[in-house]
Write a protein that binds this ligand. Sequence first.
Ligand code: ADP
Ligand code: MG
Length: 553
Amino acid sequence: ASHGESRAFAADVAKLLHLMVHSVYSDRDVFLRELISNAADACERLRYEAIANPGLVGDDAKPAITLTVDAEANRLTLEDNGIGMSKPELIEALGTIAHSGTKAFMERLDAAQGDSANLIGQFGVGFYSAFMVAEKVDVISRSAGTAEAWQWSSDGKGTFTVTPVELAEAPARGTRVVLHLSEDGKAYTERFKLQRIIKDQSGHVPVPISIKDKPDAEPTEVTDGAALWTKPKSEITAEDYTDFYRSAAGQFDTPALTIHVHAEGRQEYSLLAFVPSAKPFDLSDPERKGRIKLYVKRVFITDDAEIVPRYLRFVRGLVDSADLPLNVSREMIQESPILAAIRKSVTGRILGELEKLAARDDNAYAEVWANFGAVLKEGLCEDFERREALLGLARFKTAASGEGWRSLKDYVGALRENQTAIYYIAGEDAARLAASPHLEGFRARGIEVLLLSDSVDSFWVTLGPDFEGKPFKSVTQGAADLAAIPLLDAATPPVSDTAPAVTDFIAFVKTTLGEEVADVRASDRLTDSAVCLVASEAGLDRQLEKILASAGR
Ligand code: ADP
Ligand code: MG
């Protein structure tokens, strides 16, 4: 297989490969996780295709991933009996950048200026990470159900070749990745090292993984490919969950919350979901979808079933349904009323588990809120049915809370005498909001004011929500209505609005500013400052006005 035409990698691949070859990333072990995850994906895709077309798997239906060590030749081989790749698929998949994480990695790379090591750790970079340990990589693949096999080869230096190979030289079905290890990669011919890495990184991949010590040795199983989510919770340790999360989601952090449910009754499904402890890089990308995979009776169907609403897009994991039909198309599954019921149920479960975490562990929940609160609040605009639950989950900084977070329950529990509204001030920066003169009169009365500094805040508050019967009211809008609420320091009585000094001053300001303002009036809002601007009761809040103006509306 030596006279294949040579093709150039897409420019961004060449750049990435250069980085891999000269890798400064110390944790090279991740290449194994990436290759194993590709092999497992290929097995799962085949399992799905074989439902409609059982001929694809024939007698050999059991998925398997086998690693073969050849210490003498300094070679490590990974073989799967998955779906395989045709010639055009090889060229497309291994000549361009498909992996969304890899794409994002490349985008960040220029900005990060030389900190690629740290970035690789955050993103994981798919197939090309093989070049961290190999000076040459061969990929020999036979697409399931076809009678031809192809070999892709590259030394990672700008070009690759694709050549036909004899069927006898190729796997009967699936893909063999041969790593010709570099000096740095030598250690990956040690069986025990491989075994440990596989258990750590890929211990819960739903395809069994075996190792052969030598090319002619018998394989021994390292992991059994049992689906973690089907096991009873009592048999699963926290470590198992973390390992699963890391290998399934390609993450490196420890989940902040693990949700594992076997639902029975109207819908029967298993849910295994994780709230990450680190913010995903594309959290605010409007294209980002939910990250909950859909399985049916352990067969992977799609990661695009939008199981949870957009405001839960930070949650990772999977749902495995026992009720959905397997023998229909993905599209039909997506539209099934059973799936609609599962979506609803899963969303409710996740919110319920967040509530439980909040009740159980303030600090842990505060961290979740700090990372994902701004996303959860989008639900206040989109999901009216769950608005109450979401308001219950919401946490706020207030003018008096310092670094701490307040719930609305706390807020409403500490209302001042005669206080009938939940007051807020919206803007870009919590510290600046806290210093606003609009707060003076509130502070003097011991009234808490929520500091709303996420851009989504200006929207949901205008939709007229209330919490336990208390409406939300902007302190920068309309009359402040504070007269009925006593000052904390009773020694400074409020100046009467009708005192001549006040009415004369107002008249003066009105004639001076003329048409520039709609009204000028005395207010209980201020104690130290002389004046402040407020929006009218009927119009938009000032912050929303600003956002809309900057969006050109
Ligand atoms: P990702 O797995 O996120 O798509 P990778 O860089 O890991 O990105 O892999 C690129 C593509 O190469 C995969 O999407 C898949 O189409 C193909 N591929 C890689 N390894 C295999 C394999 N063992 N079997 C079949 N296809 C594979
Ligand atoms: Mg991959």
